[in-house]
Design a protein around this ligand. Structure first.
Ligand code: F6P
Length: 321
C-alpha cells in the first residue's frame, strides 16, 4: 500500500485544475495515502516548494479557475541535470508516486521522471486540446465557452457597424479551439495551421457576403496560422472593408470551470490515484468516449499533435455559407 504521493500542476494553467487536485487529494486520503502539493510545477520541485495537502486544503476550490498550487514553465526540467534534481528531490520527499497535471511538455517531464524509476501518472490538461489519447483534455470545454461568450459579444458590435472582425484564438500549433468555436459561434471562416487557406479567396467571399447584405463577418484565426492584426490589415488593404482585430489571449484560459471540466477533473483525479495504487505507472489517464483509459506515456509523448476530427472541418466550412 502507498503511504505518500505528490501532485503538481505544470505549464499553462487551465480551468479544472483545482477540481482535479481536489479529487487527487481526497481520493488519496480516503485510501490512507498522504499527499504533498508541489507548488509552481517542476520549478517548485527544483526549488523545493511544498505544502502538505489535507481535506481542508482543497475546500472551496472546485469552482475556481487557475491553479491554487500555481504553475510555471520550467526550462531546467528539459536538461539531464534538471531531471536528476527533480528525481533527487522527490526521493528526499519520500513519495512513492507523483501525479502530473499539465500539457504536452509537462507530460514529457512526467515520462522522464517515470523512466528514472519514480512512478508517475499524468493527467492531460491544456486548453489547446492537442494531447493524443484523450478527447478532450481538461480545460478545453471552459476555454471554448469563454471564446463563445467573447465572439457572441463581438457579433453584436460587428453587426451594428457592418464590420468584419478577425479573432485570434489560442491553441499553439493546433487549430481545434478555432474550428470548434467557429461551428459553435456561427463564425464565417476558420483559419488553422492544419489546413491551407488563401486570403484572396476569403476576401472574394467577404465581398460576396456584403453584397448579399450580411452585416457582419467573423474570421477566426488560430494563433498558429497567423496574427489577427496582420490578417485584418490585409483584408482592409485588399477590399477596403472596415475590419477590426482582437486577440482573445489569456482571457480564454481563466474563469470558473464548466460542469464538464469539473466532472472531468474529478474523474481524472480519482483515476490517477487509482492508477498509482494499481501499479499503472508511466501512464496518462484519458477519456475515450464515455470511458476512462490509461495510455503509456511513451506513446502519448511520441505521437505528435492530436489530429482534429475531419467532421469538425467539414461542419465549420459547410455551415458558414
Ligand atoms: O498551451 C496553452 C497556451 O495557452 C497556448 O494556447 C499558448 O500558445 C500558450 O499557452 C501561451 O503561453 P504563456 O501562458 O506562457 O504565454
Amino acid at each position: 500500500m502507498l503511504k505518500r504521493i505528490a501532485v503538481l500542476t505544470s505549464g499553462g494553467d487551465c480551468s479544472g485544475m483545482n477540481a482535479t487536485v481536489r479529487a487527487v487529494v481526497r481520493s488519496a486520503l480516503v485510501s490512507g495515502i498522504e499527499v504533498i502539493g508541489i507548488q509552481k510545477g517542476y520549478q517548485g520541485l527544483m526549488d523545493e516548494l511544498y505544502i502538505a495537502l489535507n481535506t481542508r486544503s482543497v475546500s472551496g476550490v472546485v469552482q475556481r479557475g487557475g491553479t491554487f498550487l500555481q504553475t510555471a514553465r520550467c526550462k531546467e526540467m528539459r536538461t539531464p541535470e534538471g531531471l536528476q534534481r527533480a528525481c533527487d528531490n522527490l526521493k528526499k520527499l519520500d513519495v512513492e508516486g507523483l501525479v502530473v497535471i499539465g500539457g504536452d511538455g509537462s507530460l514529457a517531464g512526467a515520462h522522464a521522471i517515470d523512466q528514472k524509476g519514480i512512478p508517475v501518472v499524468g493527467i492531460p490538461a491544456s486548453i489547446d486540446n492537442d494531447i493524443p489519447f484523450t478527447s478532450p483534455s481538461l480545460g478545453v470545454d471552459t476555454a471554448l465557452n469563454n471564446i463563445i461568450r467573447a465572439v457572441d459579444n463581438l457579433k453584436d458590435t460587428a453587426s451594428s457597424h457592418n464590420r468584419a472582425f478577425v479573432v485570434e484564438v489560442m491553441g499553439r500549433n493546433c487549430g481545434y479551439l478555432t474550428v470548434v468555436a467557429t461551428i459553435a459561434t456561427g463564425a464565417e471562416y476558420s483559419l488553422i495551421p492544419e489546413e491551407p487557406f488563401a486570403l484572396e479567396d476569403i476576401c472574394a467571399d467577404l465581398r460576396r457576403r456584403y453584397h448579399e447584405g450580411r452585416n457582419n463577418s467573423i474570421i477566426m484565426v488560430a494563433e498558429g496560422a497567423g496574427r489577427a492584426e496582420d490578417i485584418a490589415a490585409q483584408i482592409k488593404e485588399r477590399i477596403g472593408f472596415e475590419t477590426r482585430a482582437i486577440v482573445l489571449g489569456h482571457y480564454q484560459r481563466g474563469g470558473s470551470p464548466t460542469a464538464f471540466d469539473r466532472l472531468l477533473g474529478a474523474r481524472f483525479g480519482r483515476a490517477a490515484v487509482d492508477g498509482l495504487v494499481q501499479g499503472r505507472s508511466g501512464t496518462m489517464v484519458g477519456l475515450k468516449g464515455a470511458s476512462l483509459i490509461y495510455s503509456k506515456l511513451d506513446k502519448v509523448t511520441s505521437a505528435g499533435i492530436r489530429p482534429i476530427n475531419p467532421m469538425f472541418h467539414y461542419l465549420a466550412n459547410s455551415l458558414s455559407i
